[in-house]
Design a protein around this ligand. Structure first.
Ligand SMILES: Cc1cc2nc3c(=O)[nH]c(=O)nc-3n(C[C@H](O)[C@H](O)[C@H](O)COP(=O)(O)OP(=O)(O)OC[C@H]3O[C@@H](n4cnc5c(N)ncnc54)[C@H](O)[C@@H]3O)c2cc1C
Ligand code: SF4
Ligand code: SF4
Length: 408
C-alpha cells in the first residue's frame, strides 16, 4: 500500500477534508488552506515543514487516523450499539427560545447549548463555523463570546467546505476555557491532538457535534447561485437551511434580489450531491468521540415538509449528559420523548448504510494500492463481516473505480 509521506499524499489520495488542523499545527507561514479549482479546501505546503511537524500532523489529521470514544470517557452506564457506538441517552430535544429554534438548522440544540455555556460562564467562547460575512457563500471558523454573536451570524448547517480547525491553536493560545462545535471529523482531530497537547483537555471543555452526511464541493453552491444569474461578489446572504425546519436554501444580493429553493430540490438524488471522497469513506460521520451529537429526526431520512424543529440528541459521555440535564434545568433547551436505536436508524438510513459499507470501501482503496484511514474502536470491520458478499464486493468496486477515474 502506498504510504503517506507528505501532505500532498493525503490530498492527492482523496483523504483530506480540508479541516485546517495541519495549518493550525504548522503555522500559516508553512501551510495555507486554499480553495482548489474542483471546489475543495486543500492545504498547500508553502514553506517546507520539518519531518517532526509532519509526523505530528499525521498523528492527528482525520485523513490519516480516526478513533472512537476514548476509553477514559466511556461511562460504566453507557449502552453500546454496533452501528451507533456508545451512548448514555437518546432523546428528542430543541431550544426553548423560539427565535433560536426557528433560525437554527434543526431545533437549535447546538446553538441553545452554546448560549447556555456562555451565559453560565462555564466557558469564555465558542469556536464554531459560520458564513463569512464578507463572502457569505464561504464558511469560516468563528470565536463567539455572547448570545448576540451567535444569533446574529449565519451558523446553521454550512453544507460546503470549511476549515473549521485552522484557528484551533489560536483558541488554545488564548488560555481561556472554550467549547468546540463542529463536524465529527473535526472532533476526531481534536481528540487526537489532546493526546499530545495537554492544553486541549484543560481548555476545550466541551466537544459538540452534528451527525454528518458529508461536505459537497463548493461548485454545488456556485451552480446554485449561477442558476439565478447571481455572482458570488453580489451576495449579502447565503443560507443552506434554517428559518424553519429544514427551511429553504436562500440567497439575497446586496441590491435586494432574493431567491430560494426547497431543501429536497437542492439535494435531489444522492448522485448529484458532489460529496467529497473523504466523506464517502468516513469511518465516523456520527460523532462517536464527541460529548453529544445532534441530528435531524425526519422519519425515513428526509423531510416531508416544514416543522417547528425537532433535534435528536445522542449523549455519549457523562459530561455530555450533565450538560443536557443542566441546560434543561436552566431553561435553555427542552428535552422531549426518549428515543431508541430503531428510531435513530429510521432517521438516518444513509448513516447506517455508510457505517456498514465503509470497511469494504477502504478495502477497495487498499486493493488499488491507495493509502486509507487508520481506524480504531469504530467497529467497521466487524460490521462489514455481517454484510453479504455481494454488498461488500459492490462497495469495494465502487471505491476502486472512483479512484481509477480519478474522481477523488
Ligand atoms: C456538513 C453537514 C452535514 C450534515 N449531515 C447531516 C446528517 O447526515 N444527518 C442529520 O441528521 N443532520 C445532518 N446535518 C444537519 C445537522 O445535523 C443539524 O444541523 C443538527 O441537528 C444540528 O441542528 P441544530 O439546530 O442543533 O444546529 P444549530 O443550533 O443551528 O447549530 C449548528 C452548529 O453547527 C456548526 N456548523 C454548521 N456547519 C458547520 C460545518 N460545515 N462545519 C463545522 N461546524 C458547522 C455551527 O457553527 C453551529 O454551531 C448536517 C450538517 C452539516 C453542516
Ligand atoms: S484533513 Fe485536515 S489535517 Fe488532514 S491534510 Fe486535510 S486539512 Fe490537513
Ligand atoms: S462525512 Fe465525515 S469526513 Fe465528511 S464532513 Fe462529515 S464527518 Fe467530516
Amino acid at each position: 500500500m502506498t504510504a503517506v509521506n507528505n501532505l500532498s499524499d493525503i490530498v492527492n489520495n482523496g483523504l483530506c477534508i480540508g479541516c485546517g488542523v495541519c495549518q493550525s499545527i504548522a503555522g500559516e507561514d508553512k501551510i495555507e488552506v486554499m480553495m482548489s479549482p474542483k471546489g475543495r479546501l486543500e492545504p498547500k505546503e508553502i514553506n517546507k515543514i520539518s519531518p517532526d511537524i509532519f509526523k505530528k500532523i499525521k498523528s492527528i489529521c482525520p485523513g490519516t487516523i480516526v478513533e472512537g470514544l476514548p476509553k477514559e470517557v466511556v461511562h460504566e452506564d453507557s449502552k453500546h450499539d454496533q452501528i451507533w457506538g456508545y451512548y448514555l441517552s437518546l432523546n428528542y430535544t430543541w431550544s426553548t427560545n423560539d427565535k433560536i429554534r426557528f433560525q437554527s438548522s434543526t431545533g437549535g440544540l447546538l446553538n441553545g447549548l452554546s448560549i447556555y455555556l456562555l451565559e453560565t460562564k462555564k466557558i469564555k467562547f465558542i469556536l464554531h463555523t459560520v458564513a463569512d460575512p464578507k463572502k457569505p457563500m464561504r464558511s469560516i471558523p468563528k470565536f463567539s463570546y455572547s448570545k448576540e454573536e451567535i444569533v446574529n451570524c449565519e451558523s446553521g448547517s454550512r453544507y460546503g467546505p470549511a476549515s473549521s480547525l485552522d484557528a484551533f491553536h489560536k483558541a488554545l493560545d488564548l488560555n481561556e476555557p472554550f467549547a468546540f462545535v463542529g463536524k465529527p471529523c473535526d472532533i476526531s482531530a481534536i481528540r487526537q491532538l489532546s493526546k499530545i497537547d495537554s492544553r486541549v483537555n484543560n481548555l476545550c471543555k466541551y466537544l459538540l457535534t452534528l451527525v454528518c452526511g458529508g461536505i459537497p464541493e463548493f461548485t454545488k453552491s456556485q451552480d446554485f447561485i449561477e442558476s439565478f444569474k447571481v455572482k458570488e461578489n453580489e451576495l449579502s446572504t447565503f443560507r443552506y437551511r434554517g428559518y424553519g425546519n429544514p427551511g429553504k436554501m436562500y440567497i439575497k444580493t446586496k441590491d435586494g434580489r432574493e431567491y430560494e429553493q426547497a431543501y429536497n430540490d437542492f439535494w435531489g438524488e444522492e448522485s448529484t450531491w458532489r460529496v467529497l471522497f473523504r466523506c464517502k469513506i468516513c469511518p465516523d460521520a456520527i460523532g462517536e468521540s464527541a460529548d453529544i451529537a445532534a441530528l435531524d429526526t425526519w422519519k425515513g431520512g428526509s423531510p416531508k415538509g416544514e416543522d417547528e424543529g425537532f433535534n435528536a440528541v445522542i449523549t455519549r459521555t457523562k459530561k455530555g449528559l450533565d450538560l443536557i440535564n443542566e441546560a434543561t434545568k436552566a431553561g435553555y433547551i427542552h428535552v422531549g420523548d426518549k428515543l431508541n436505536i430503531d428510531d435513530i436508524n429510521d432517521f438516518q438510513p444513509h448513516q447506517v448504510n455508510k457505517k456498514k459499507a465503509v470497511y469494504a470501501r477502504h478495502q477497495g482503496m487498499i486493493k488499488n494500492g491507495s493509502p486509507t484511514i487508520d481506524t480504531n474502536g469504530l467497529r467497521i470491520k466487524e460490521l462489514s463481516k455481517l454484510n453479504s458478499k455481494d454488498f461488500n464486493e459492490k462497495e469495494e468496486y465502487g471505491a476502486k473505480s472512483r479512484i481509477k477515474k480519478n474522481n477523488i
